[in-house]
Design a protein. Sequence first.
Length: 406
Amino acid sequence: MASIQDIALKRWFMGKGSRIKSVTEEDRVEIAGNAITIVRVAFTTNRPPDLYATVEDESRIGGILDKAFSKARFTVPAKHGKFIFERTSGFPARISAEALDSIAPLDAEQSNSAYVSKRFFFKLYRRLLPGIHPEAEIMEHFGAIGYGGSPRLCGKCRYADASGILYTLGILENRCHVGTDAWAAFNKRMDERSAEALGKATAKMHRALKGLPGTPAQNPEVPFDKLEKLLRTFKSDNEQTQTLAVKLKAALPELKKLAKFPKGAGALLPQRIHGDFHLGQVLVSADSTADNKSPTFKILDFEGEPSRTLEYRRALRSPAVDIAGMLRSFQYAGAVSDQNSAACEHAFIEGYARTAHMDAAALENDCTPYILAKAVYEACYELEFRPDWFHIPARALLNFLYLRAL
């Protein structure tokens, strides 16, 4: 079983800043000479305990998956509950013997864990939450309607505890071999044609998500109070960063006045959305600078923000949330690579509006408060975890006031 030290040092551990009281085994199953363990992490504070899934030998997870997805449905009893592996309609009819057995861990550790082979990609959701998981739900929906803008869902794994409560443990996808991630591509070159094509692809994604049920629509959240609290105690040895913090703190009252969302729904009705949309969630297939080649995209990671509840992640929200996320991602890429992202932002909006049969100016106007909200969220994140990047959202927020004054 994983130790306190093992859990606390993992990137996927959500209890950073909280002291761990205990790690106890909730359930365990052995498959193909390996084991999956469900552990409960309790804290010394009033914070509710977390459930996590751990694999005994990650280098041999392929044996588990090869055995578990060897037939349409594989159910294996554990000590208390059971593990359920199911193929979906996207599972290939013919696969080689080593297609699943050869899956190995990716080097990069994220909020979840990823494993790949030549044909498959398996994502293990480390922190387990009861209920319908948005990514499995969305990808199954995409498969049913024939949407091809994301990887194909091939299977899913769930855990049912002793009382029958279901948790999604992981999903199996076909592996995409389409080039590079869009973050790297736009850091290399701010290409307007690619940005316009990505806008079109985003509109098609939202069209595919329309009609998928979700939890009730929620009002947009802008964490001004959190930002104000962080700025009140923030200190930096960098004079420019400290100056930005002081200016931003003084500007908060005026910025709050700008956070006015469209009455009703504006041009974009609430629906299911991606929920955590940025350039790092997109793969781009072709070099857009090549003659007669238009880039195509695969959109990834429909789980939403991992720190949020499943109910929040499945809520009906304005597609402007995703659009704002991508526009801010262009600005981040521009800041990191020392390029002007304005033309790409405009091209993205134009591509989206044209595909969605909307007026580009009206769309941009409706998205503006969502862009502001995203920048406030980013400023909070950077102050907490990456103060060296704080200047990016801080300058964006101060620029809102500058543009208003023009």
